[in-house]
Design a binder for this molecule. Structure first.
Ligand SMILES: Nc1ncnc2c1ncn2[C@@H]1O[C@H](COP(=O)(O)OP(=O)(O)OP(=O)(O)O)[C@@H](O)[C@H]1O
Length: 328
């Protein structure tokens, strides 16, 4: 069998007049991956998804989804893809269960509605109630259930955690994990880094229509972050053992003051090595604190134009990762 990527775009571009919403996007999402598609509001995430689903036609470039051409073979794609759209309309008077039954019928699928409801996290009682009475979280679960109908090979979720409380977010993340375990590829778009990093194998960061980074979160930290800071409290004077830290590869900056040794760690593997080597040198470590580079600052650095000037247009980011959710 030929290796196939779940999503592959090549030079994918969408311009609205003077505005280039998506610019020359080359992206590969492997089968079985949970891929986070990250970017501030207006970065072009929804436009990209709309092109993958043939809701919008690209101005240039092409895309394949599950091996099919997104434009020429859209009919082959839609039955194999589950979509959780950014905004989701319900029929207020229909029960959640009826929504699911309707989706099964429309897709000519053979799913058991109860099984779908369970996977989406809607209880039988809630499923019997009119969807018009649902909370934001319950609506989101219903929309997810609908996306799961037909056992899709690819699940595309546009801002799935938008408007959810922390509990709802963690349920959504559990769902992504369990669908991924079933073998489904998940493409998860969000403007909030934390929501993405908890579930994604890799992330792609989109800014002003351009892909500014694709990597694992760990990889992004190493590539763009200032690493971690390790603060050790020793039993004796830190100056006596600071040479150990100075000489260790992956440790870039060392300060010794009193019994405190503070080290900047560039290579994650250096953390454990530092502890071992200090102990070998006879130091007693009384306490240890590690501060990772904050994810927000990483995301801000990636989307405010100072990572790679040749790729970004500069100018402030439209939004920051910590921006509170606004109801749509
Ligand atoms: N139909 C359209 N006509 C004109 N401009 C559009 C259209 N759709 C999107 N845009 C513009 O394209 C850019 C990208 O929008 P898009 O909705 O893809 O971003 P996004 O990353 O999904 O943002 P959000 O997180 O806010 O949904 C924005 O500047 C938006 O205003």
């Amino acid at each position: 069998m030929i290796e196939m990527s779940a999503i592959e775009t090549s030079g994918l571009t969408k311009a609205y007049g003077d505005l280039t919403a998506v610019n020359d996007l080359d992206l590969v999402v492997e089968e079985g991956e949970v891929f986070g598609f990250l970017g501030p509001n207006g970065a072009g995430k929804s436009t990209t998804i709309n092109m993958l689903l043939d809701f919008t036609r690209p101005t240039a470039g092409s895309a394949t989804v599950l091996g099919y051409d997104a434009q020429a073979e859209a009919d082959a794609i839609s039955p194999r893809v589950g979509v959780l759209p950014e905004g989701f309309d319900i029929y207020p008077r229909l029960s959640g269960r009826r929504h699911i039954e309707f989706a099964i019928k429309t897709k000519s699928a053979t799913d058991d509605p109860d099984e779908i409801l369970e996977r989406a996290g809607l209880s039988a009682d809630d499923a019997a109630r009119p969807a018009g009475d649902y909370s934001k979280g319950m609506r989101q679960r219903l929309a997810t259930g609908i996306a799961l109908v037909g056992d899709p090979d690819l699940l595309i979720m546009d801002e799935p955690s938008s408007g959810l409380d922390p509990n709802g977010i963690s349920e959504m993340q559990d769902l992504v994990r369990s669908e991924s375990e079933r073998g489904t590829t998940v493409f998860f778009s969000s403007h909030i880094l934390e929501h993405v990093e908890a579930v994604c194998d890799r992330v792609g960061v989109l800014n002003e229509g351009e892909l500014v980074a694709v990597d694992t979160i760990e990889g992004l930290r190493e590539q763009f972050g200032g690493g971690a800071t390790m603060t050790l409290t020793l039993a004796g004077p830190a100056a006596e053992v600071r040479a150990v830290a100075d000489e260790l590869q992956g440790v870039t900056d060392v300060t010794a003051s009193g019994r405190t040794l503070e080290c900047t760690i560039a290579d994650p593997a250096a953390k454990a090595r530092l502890v071992t080597e200090l102990a070998d040198a006879g130091a007693t470590i009384r306490d240890l604190r590690i501060e990772e580079v904050s994810l927000e600052s990483l995301f801000t650095a990636l989307t405010n134009g100072d990572v790679d000037d040749s790729k970004t247009q500069g100018g402030p980011a439209d939004a920051v990762a910590t921006e509170p959710e606004v109801a749509r």
